[in-house]
Design a protein around this ligand. Structure first.
Ligand code: CO
Length: 195
């Protein structure tokens, strides 16, 4: 397992809710925490590790053994209120940081790893992270939410990512899009609610 980078097609995949959680998926979640800490991140969505499933992990402390390790399955956001602008980055776009305007507070409904229902009113950093990660699950990247002027500034970096991705696909390091899509369909069949 590894973190995929922009413009990997799985980052544009709209993930479907999970209907079961088996030992293999639990193992994937543990590996995701390893990858997230190694990359110095505080949140990681399933499609960032090439899984088409509706969940994400986070730990605001960003370090193993500190803070709280959270897993949110089938998250749903509501009651968006206010506005704030904060700088964001993304493990799928290493080195790119930009200010993003988002609602300041949000309500989150989800399930935990033990199947318990989660219902939280979030603000500050947690509201920010959760919105960024749920966006991932809908195939949305933070660079889709920039102001026009900031978008102009980051365009050259996005283009660099695109060139790099293209060359890695040419060398066969990254499979072609048909192979990636087939694998996603197989995983959805296995874990997701298909309706
Ligand atoms: Co991200």
């Amino acid at each position: 397992m590894k973190i995929v980078t922009y413009p990997h097609p799985t980052l544009r995949h709209v993930s479907k809710p999970i209907r079961r959680l088996d030992a293999e998926l639990r193992q994937h979640i543990q590996e995701m925490f390893d990858l997230m800490y190694a990359a110095k991140g505080i949140g990681l969505a399933a499609n960032q590790v090439d899984l088409p499933l509706r969940f994400f992990i986070c730990n605001l402390a960003g370090e193993r053994g500190q803070g709280e390790e959270l897993v949110f399955l089938n998250p749903v956001l509501s009651r968006h209120k206010g506005q704030s602008i904060r700088e964001e980055g993304c493990l799928s776009m290493p080195g790119l940081y930009a200010p993003v305007r988002r609602p300041e507070t949000v309500h989150l409904e989800a399930y935990g790893l033990d199947g318990s229902a989660i219902s939280l009113d979030l603000d500050e950093m947690m509201a920010r992270v959760v919105q960024h990660e749920v966006d991932h699950l809908d195939g949305v990247l933070f660079t889709d939410r920039l102001s026009d002027t900031v978008e102009m500034d980051v365009k050259p970096m996005l283009y660099e990512f695109e060139l790099d991705y293209e060359s890695r696909q040419h060398t066969g390091e990254i499979p072609d899009n048909g192979v990636i899509a087939a694998r996603l369909a197989e995983l959805e069949e296995q874990y997701a609610i298909l309706s």
